[in-house]
Design a binder for this molecule. Structure first.
Ligand code: KG4
Ligand code: ZN
Length: 348
């Protein structure tokens, strides 16, 4: 089955073609993965402006579709998967209307993909990722809009065991970068600066570490950085970045390890834009090593760890096609004349 993926929920316009091979060797093969980022356009506003994003999506989505090289009558495509939410309504609508139009004109089945489900399925796009969905799987989903611990019991059967009560992890990176004048998006800038800094130079709080649940909170940490910066002339921005990043990574990893101990998953998945963070990838990978080979407590060892390669951590349409494929297998299609963008679309 060949799936056309369409994504326009935020500031990336993306078109992809993913082939699900039914015969051996089974798995998902990415035929095309086209992403046009608007990050530079929104940088001057310090964040994504929905109407500006929508106009840009309109400008670039057709050239991307043509670049994908699909037959004019869609005959080399079996299904279309489009992100229907969550996200920014004006932005989402561009992709949704394109998906609806193509599905109707070509007579192809249409799948409404949840953007968060797309991130979860991004691990399947790498060669080694095929076994990531060994259920139950525990996923730490960290992006600009979400920070959640999700127990995946089967395809489409999820339980949220924890989430942020305020800012998402990526949002914290973006806000702290703004405080430091490092521009938007903040994650890449902070992690780059952090490489030259000392993670124990400043002690920032690890919020909600002892809360006894799997929830997170990052707005207090951002305030702690603001208070620190307000009181002094900062000598080394790199130290602030490294120390802030260490606080975020510590919090995320500690809670994920506790969730592993409690839920005993067969695999652990790290996904979403913040999964590009090297310190986070390394710390969680180390925590999942077999007992005896890790720095932390051996009680947590032995679970298989999956994280998408860097080209699939940020927003893309290949992950939307991947998640869409599993919905298509269940016959979970939508009416191309009725589908509407849903900014608050729920995963669970
Ligand atoms: O998944 P994504 O591309 O878009 C959303 O669905 O939100 O995630 C974007 C977020 C931004 O907040 C960005 O700052 C963050 O991911 N990010 C990072 C890194 N690269 C991107 N955060 C920390 N370290 C990074 N290397
Ligand atoms: Zn995303």
């Amino acid at each position: 089955m060949r799936i056309l993926g369409i994504e326009s929920s935020c500031d990336e316009t993306a078109i992809a073609i993913v082939e699900a091979r039914e015969e051996e060797p089974r798995g998902l093969v990415v035929i095309k993965n086209l992403v046009a980022s608007q990050a530079a356009l929104h940088a001057k506003y310090g964040g994504v402006v929905p109407e500006v994003a929508a106009r840009e999506h309109v400008d670039v989505i057709f050239p991307l579709l043509l670049e994908a090289g699909i037959a004019r009558d869609g005959s080399d495509i079996d299904a279309i998967a489009v992100t229907a939410g969550p996200g920014l309504v004006p932005a989402l609508r561009v992709g949704v209307e394109l998906g609806k139009t193509l599905a109707w004109a070509w007579g192809k089945p249409l799948v409404a993909t949840n953007h968060l489900e797309g991130h979860l399925y991004s691990v399947l796009l790498d060669e080694e990722g095929e076994k990531a969905m060994s259920f139950p799987a525990l996923a730490l989903l960290v992006s600009g809009g979400h920070t959640e611990l999700i127990l995946m019991k089967d395809h489409g059967v999820y339980e949220r065991i924890g989430a942020t009560r305020d800012d998402a992890a990526g949002e914290a990176f973006d806000k702290v970068a703004k405080l430091l004048g490092l521009g938007y998006p903040g994650g890449p800038a902070i992690s780059k600066a952090a490489e030259q800094g000392d993670p124990i130079a400043i002690h920032f709080p690890r919020p909600m570490l002892e809360s006894g649940d799997f929830d997170f909170s990052f707005s207090g940490l951002k305030t702690a950085v603001a208070v620190y910066l307000g009181g002094r002339e900062v000598e080394k921005v790199e130290d602030v970045c490294a120390s802030f990043q260490a606080a975020v990574v510590d919090t995320l990893v500690t809670k994920t390890m506790r969730a592993i101990a409690q839920y005993q998953p067969r695999s652990v998945i790290l996904a979403g834009g913040v999964a590009a963070n090297k310190a986070l990838r390394e710390a969680l990978a180390a925590g999942c090593l077999p007992a005896g080979r890790q720095a932390g407590s051996p009680a947590y060892g032995g679970v298989k760890f999956y994280c998408p390669s860097l080209k699939y951590t940020g927003d893309n349409a290949a992950m939307i096609a991947a998640a869409g494929y599993f919905r298509a297998l269940r016959g979970d299609f939508v009416d191309p004349l009725a589908l509407e963008a849903d900014p608050n679309m729920k995963l669970i």
